[in-house]
Design a protein around this ligand. Sequence first.
Ligand SMILES: *[C@@H]1O[C@H](CO)[C@@H](O)[C@H](O)[C@H]1NC(C)=O
Ligand SMILES: *[C@@H]1O[C@H](CO)[C@@H](O)[C@H](O)[C@H]1NC(C)=O
Length: 436
Amino acid sequence: MRRRTFYAIVSLALLSWAGLTFHLFLQRPQGKVHRSSKLNDQLDLLELELQKQLRSNEELLIKLRSLKKKNIAQEKDSKSEEIIKESNSTSVKPSPIIGVLVFSCNRITIKRNLDQLLKYRPSKEQFPIVVSQDCGHEPTTKVIQSYGDQLTLIRQPDQSDIPLVGKEKKFKGYYKIARHYGWALNKTFHGFNYDTMIIVEDDLDISPDFFEYFLALYPILKSDLTLWCISAWNDNGKNGMVAENPEILHRSDFFPGLGWMLTKDLWLELQNKWPKAFWDDWIRQPAQRKERACIRPEISRTKTFGKVGVSNGLFYEKHLKFIRLNDKFVPFTQKDLSYLKKDNYDVEFVKLVYGTPAVTVQQLTKGSLSHSNPVRVTYTSKDTFKKAAKALGIMDDFKSGVPRTGYRGVVSFLYKRRWVYLAPTAEWKGYDSTWS
Ligand SMILES: *[C@@H]1O[C@H](CO)[C@@H](O)[C@H](O)[C@H]1NC(C)=O
Ligand SMILES: *[C@@H]1O[C@H](CO)[C@@H](O)[C@H](O)[C@H]1NC(C)=O
């Protein structure tokens, strides 16, 4: 930037000098000199102009000197960083534009979500919000429109009925959701041409560092091709089961959703085979996931507040209600997060998990261990996993063979303030997609 300003100033000075010389040349009388009064007037005018030019050149010179001084001072502050920047001015990347797509239907409580998005959004230009509404529910439309130009409202045009027969009928809601998602993702990636998008639903509370989190992980999502999403959600992130450190982040083979970021490249991959229903289970299948992982936080950056919806309220009462929402701002963009890249992460992860002493579930539940260090619990089958998960209070289901929050088969969580790794044996060969 500074270098560019420097060049701009120098070119400006040169240009005005060239302009002036040219001007003088043109005005020089040809042939015989008749010092008429008209010529005298012109010479006076030129003199004035010349003085003006000299003055502005002097001002430019002063500005240039002060810039140079500032540059030297900053170079002293962060020498190595400056050298990198100076040697490669194109490597100073502009901030990315990340669209925020909010899904809406008929809940006027979307206000609660939108208020928070606007409260924590650091920049309207960097994080344009698009609310996509299905269902055509007028009161909800009114709420969204009340935000004026703070966001953009788009409406899913196809309100036709989806004909279903027999048992499928009761899943109509899921068909409508998949139709809405497909349309809105197409609209924002192609119509608005966003390169990256954060997906949010209308019933989510968000944490103060929600945008900071996604912004900091954006370069990692773009550069590590073994990642396909950044999620704000920890499926096992209940109160009392998470570490008291909002900085901790993990890799996860389980697609968590609930506030997540994807790139256009992923959408181009999915757009032509988008399913008619149950898109989140579909996306978790091996044909879509292709062994890619997501980043998830230890303490969730989102939390659902709505009970009424397509998925049943019981799940909210029994589980979602207890998820801990982070309330501290972590300046993630100032941290080195490269440890999350697969090449750095996996070796350390395997060393950590399998270097941890193995114990039994009974030892943990009875509290018969004499220390509070991390431990590992081994599972060898779907059933032993489920039994251990139930006893230790974590989610016990699988999607396409992957347990919630699992990474390389390992589920990490806190049990009675102790890190526990529920892990397969070290010879693990991959997920068995028949486990459910
Ligand atoms: C300069 O920046 C570009 C783009 O970020 C990068 O590809 C290139 O390797 C950099 N060159 C040097 C010499 O650092
Ligand atoms: C998205 O748009 C593309 C190109 O127009 C189309 O081929 C694709 O079927 C659309 N996908 C969805 C889910 O609407």
